[in-house]
Design a protein around this ligand. Structure first.
Ligand code: FNR
Length: 191
């Protein structure tokens, strides 16, 4: 069983991205254990706080470091990725030389009611991931146009094609983790 730290980019109770993440969790049952990181409780990044780091920050770093992989499931906000994601990425990348993300296999997915299904937001996110040392899964891409009824209240996908597609993403992620979940030797992020 692989332990996956999940960054959910929506804080909304009725989030369609939360539904998508729970659907992945269900599709990965028996292979992946999801740990939803508490990123809403993080303060905005402030270098001065390292003198006495908040528990939310030390807890985040510990949970990331003990994870086998990271999954980001997020909405697109104004053609970019949500600030809560950037804030969490920044916190766990520090202090310099103690980047908790280093070497983690990572996959990204996102849902939107709109047709581009977070493609623009994910593209922006992909620009910052290499410097954090992630091993990013490039395929399959999940730009999920969320339509009412496509996922039911038990997180079952009601449409065969969508179920196969989302299940294939989970299968690929399991393979990615098995292939690249290596011990970390370098832990720098950007200088
Ligand atoms: C959005 N939404 C949105 N959708 C999209 O496809 N592209 C975009 O650039 C944006 N921009 C955007 C900005 C802001 C500030 C908000 C609040 C919303 C709509 C968004 O996809 C929709 O509200 C989703 O339901 C948000 O995901 P969760 O919170 O339901 O997971």
């Amino acid at each position: 069983m692989k332990n996956v730290a999940v960054l959910l980019g929506s804080l909304s109770e009725n989030s369609i991205n939360k539904t998508l993440a729970k659907t992945f969790e269900k599709l990965g049952e028996g292979r992946l254990r999801f740990d939803y990181l508490d990123i809403a409780g993080l303060p905005f990044y402030n270098n001065d706080l390292w003198d006495n780091p908040p528990a939310a920050v030390t807890d985040l770093k510990h949970r990331v470091e003990t994870a086998d992989a990271v999954l980001i499931v997020m909405p697109e906000f104004n053609r970019s990725f949500p600030a809560v994601i950037k804030n969490a990425l920044d916190w766990a990348s520090r202090p310099y030389g103690h980047n908790s993300w280093a070497g983690k296999p990572l996959a990204i997915a996102g849902a939107s009611p709109g047709g581009i299904g977070t493609a623009a937001g994910q593209s922006q996110l992909r620009a910052v991931l290499p410097v954090l040392g992630f091993v990013v899964m490039g395929q399959p891409e999940v730009y999920f146009q969320f339509q009412p009824g496509l996922i039911d209240e038990h997180f079952e996908v009601t449409d065969d094609q969508s179920r196969a597609f989302l299940g294939g993403f989970v299968d690929s992620f399991v393979g990615w983790i098995n292939r690249y979940g290596e011990p970390v030797t370098r832990a720098e992020a950007a200088e």
